[in-house]
Write a protein that binds this ligand. Sequence first.
Ligand code: EPU
Length: 420
Amino acid sequence: MDKIRIQGGVALKGTVTISGAKNAALPIMAAALLADGPSTIINLPALRDIQTHKRLLAHLGASFKEGSPAEVMIDPTGLKGFEAPYDLVKTMRASVLVLGPLVARLGKARVSLPGGCAIGARPINLHLKALEQMGARIELKHGYVEARARRLTGAEIVFDLTTVTGTENILMAAVLAKGKTVIANAAREPEVVDLAKCLRAMGARIEGAGTDLITIQGVPALNPVLYRVMPDRIEAGTYLAAAGITGGTVTLADYDGSCLEAQLNKLREAGLEFSQTKAGLTAHGPRKIQSVSLTTRPYPGFPTDMQAQFMTLMCLGQGTSIIQETIFENRFMHVSELKRMGADIQVSGHQAVIKGVPRLTGAPVMATDLRASASLVLAGLKAEGTTEISRVYHLDRGYETLEKKLSALGARIERIKEAG
Ligand code: EPU
């Protein structure tokens, strides 16, 4: 299995282009199943999760035509399969995003229950409860959830807690349902808004995306679409944090800071400075990193998907930082690896107390999820000596050509190909 090897200590300098957002691309690709004809999606990131999603859509009968890199045409005309099998769902939980479109389009779906994962239990009970309210009959059998409905009907859904893919699934179910659906306590994440924009471009009638109350008036059919996926705000934040930890200067090409408010606020408190020009958003890393505390929250709060990367920055802060993780119950898997690199972190329940240390030292490390792996890359960029990160496949799920982009910024980073 491949490894990433980093020789730390280089202040990053230069410009990086942020790829399309994984967590917007995945629901938008699923939404293509709802159209009466082939849709073209552009600015798709070249990631393992996108490949897995294509395999799933192909398994369901959709066909593909690859365009230029980052572009794909998805034709749902041959859609007939309605099962998302265990083998695909277990490698990518976001496979559950076909549930809403399949019930809306075919009147049935059979999706393997995802089960727990490295960051938490992550049930889909709220997706199922909402579909039931829309008239679907739900059965759990042999590890699969089966949902059936002749035609879904609009309903008033109140989510008990904010769920991103839950909101997306119900949005996709409701656009072809009979009558009006209201989703209260909807997720406000920019990726939900991007999906809603795509659906509206297909002819869906949706209001309120980006607020916690979304109203959808069902329509009988949707058109194919040409849609450009938004840039990835978590990839963007990760490169800004890389500028911060290495004391470098990094410009995100053509990027404006929208959707990054909570991240920028915390990075500013940590000592980074930002300037917005025609070229993009530039981050200037500080000489000394200030310790800052934060709590993860649904958007517009600080994203859980940036918690691990921010914690790495805090490992070198001038003081003590307290980070509270409120979204997932098991998202501190990076802590033990950061400690092996010299960090001083104490975890108690959902809280981590990070006392800044003067330096981190390189070590062989591994992580069990995508963002935890990114936090180890950041640590390696600053650490004294060599850091070797194994299980690189986690990074390949969510960061397009990470080592190439970091090398172009001056980092001494390489991928070591290993057999087996
Ligand atoms: N939850 C339930 N029941 C449900 C749904 C969610 O209890 O039916 C709980 C979850 O267990 C969790 C909380 O609600 O504690 C929030 O989970 P949410 O459903 O919002 O997460 P998700 O939709 O499964 C998406 C992203 C994640 C990101 C979270 C939170 C995609 C494909 N995934 O997951 O991204 O961390 O929202 O913002 O959009 C990543 O990219 O690394 C990643 C994990």
